[in-house]
Design a protein around this ligand. Structure first.
Ligand code: NAD
Length: 472
């Protein structure tokens, strides 16, 4: 069989989100010929319906907070109001700029993008069904599945884009709901709760588990919980949501717990995301999909079919853009036969952009105790940090979990947990310490500039050596 020109590649990637485009960019920069099949826009959920627009709107909330608190600095200004249409337009501008940049980057690397829905066929082929009804068959030595995920919903809450919303719809609202219920107190739920509360909405969070931000360190969760309460966010944990009763005026009353209810203008359902494999695999490909719908891969991202790989939210690993990036690199290096270490999911960096921000890598105190590891814990609250005082943003702490050696001294740093101002930008050295398996003695030799927020990390490490300056 002859192959039409321009349809044969070293690598075909199905899905142009972070997992897919990272695989394509890294592969192309290593000299592979790469095609990406994308049914919507390259950039995927992260760029168009997730991380980037959400963080842009969270920045809008931060600007609002800053202006609201300006008088404390002697800056006289009127109480600010939000023109949400302008906020949305700015968000869209940022997204569009990054989208154009990504398209340019991909073109520059000679990556061919096919607009359409990709389906893996048996053998090393992908069928692309274009929006105009035509189909093209692509051949490749290696195929990477990177079709991502979509928001989960819950029974009884049919998403209508008006009253019942998922993150997809929230990010496109043209007005601020005066009140809203957020179902799910995970990363997405807490980010939206924080953003809407800062912009003036009355927010209620309904979380099924005993705590918001499950999986985060308890001290970090306590900081966020306190800050939420202070800003008037009502949090109910350990509650089941049983349904809702729509009101004639477009709002609804959400029923939860033991006969409790809350009347709101909108409901944000943020109960996780499910892998998107609908129509991804033709019959007989041999690619195994788990009961929960994830494509099954080994630690090198190999599916059950040789030459077919999977990365990003479609596999059962942390649903984070940067994890998708890392998995894409593992795939390309494996294809090239280069040495590569699988992604260590236990120590990936996490960054949650609610106010106060949360960032961490490695073991929490609770997880270390549950695993029976003998640990030393040291904390430094931002209240004692000069830069945080200058900013007027002192809620939060840096907490380090290190192993305790038999002689009582600290061994490796196992986990770094932060909540507070700009901690998503401060995690870097904590992440490095955890992944380098560094000890406090080693890290404490490095100087932190003064006055900075990052001193809190340095102070905590210093205290773990047994001799702190301001801490310990
Ligand atoms: P999540 O799994 O992090 O949180 C969902 C929360 O909803 C959990 O706390 C869960 O207990 C709760 N829940 C589930 N069903 C419920 C119900 N019926 N009633 C009440 N609560 C219920 O998922 P998410 O926040 O939707 O985020 C989706 C994915 O995207 C996650 O993997 C998340 O880590 C990732 N993400 C990360 C970030 C970030 O790190 N900044 C931001 C956005 C999304």
């Amino acid at each position: 069989m002859t192959t039409p020109e321009g349809t044969e590649f070293d690598v075909v990637v199905i899905g142009g989100g972070p997992g897919g485009y990272a695989t394509a960019l890294y592969g192309a920069s290593a000299g592979l010929s790469v095609a990406v099949v994308e049914k919507d826009k390259v950039g995927g959920t992260c760029l168009h319906r997730g991380c980037i627009p959400a963080k842009e709107l969270l920045e809008t909330a931060a600007v609002f907070r800053t202006v609201s608190g300006a008088q404390e600095f002697g800056i006289q200004s009127e109480q600010p109001t939000v023109d949400f249409a302008v906020s949305q337009a700015r968000k869209q501008k940022v997204v569009d700029q990054l989208h154009r940049g990504l398209i340019g980057l991909m073109k520059g690397r000679k990556i061919t993008t096919f607009a359409g829905t990709g389906m893996l066929l048996p053998g090393s082929a992908v069928r692309v069904d274009a929006p105009d009804g035509t189909s093209t068959e692509l051949q490749a030595t290696d195929i990477v599945l990177a079709s991502g995920s979509v928001p989960r919903t819950i029974p009884g809450f049919d998403v209508d884009g008006q009253t019942i919303l998922t993150s997809d719809e929230v990010l496109d609202l043209d007005r601020l709901p005066p009140s809203l219920a957020v179902i799910g107190g995970g990363a997405i739920g807490c980010e939206f709760a924080s953003m809407f509360a800062d912009l003036g909405s009355q927010v209620t969070v309904l979380e099924a588990l005993p705590t918001i931000l499950p999986g985060c360190d308890g001290d970090v969760v306590a900081v966020v919980g306190r800050a939420f309460r202070k800003r008037g966010i009502v949090v109910h944990t350990g509650v089941q949501v049983s349904g809702h009763r729509p009101r004639a005026d477009n709002g609804t009353t959400v029923l939860f717990g033991d006969g409790q209810s809350v009347a709101v203008d909108a409901v944000v359902v943020a109960v996780g995301r499910r892998p998107l494999t609908d129509g991804l695999l033709a019959g007989g490909t041999g690619v195994q999909v788990s009961e929960r719908g994830f494509v099954v891969v080994d630690q090198y991202q190999r599916t059950t079919v040789p030459g077919v790989w999977a990365v990003g939210d479609v596999v059962a690993t942390p649903q984070l853009a940067h994890v998708g990036f890392a998995e894409g690199i593992v795939v390309v290096r494996s294809i090239l036969g280069e040495p590569v270490a699988p992604v260590n999911y236990a120590t990936v960096p996490w960054a949650i952009y609610c106010q106060p921000e949360v960032a961490f890598a490695g073991l929490t105190e609770e997880a270390a105790n549950a695993a029976g590891i003998d640990i030393v814990v040291q904390k430094d609250p931002f209240g004692g940090n000069s830069r945080a005082r200058i900013l007027g943003d002192t809620d939060g702490l840096v907490k380090i979990v290190a192993e305790r050696m038999p002689d009582g001294r600290c061994g490796r740093i196992l986990g770094v947990h932060m909540a507070g101002p700009w901690v998503t930008e401060q995690l870097g050295q904590g992440y490095l310490a955890v992944n380098w398996e560094a000890t406090p003695d080693e890290v404490a030799q490095f100087i932190q500039p003064h006055p900075t927020l990052s001193e809190a990390f340095g102070e905590t490490v210093l205290a773990l050596t047994g001799r702190g300056l301001h801490v310990g």
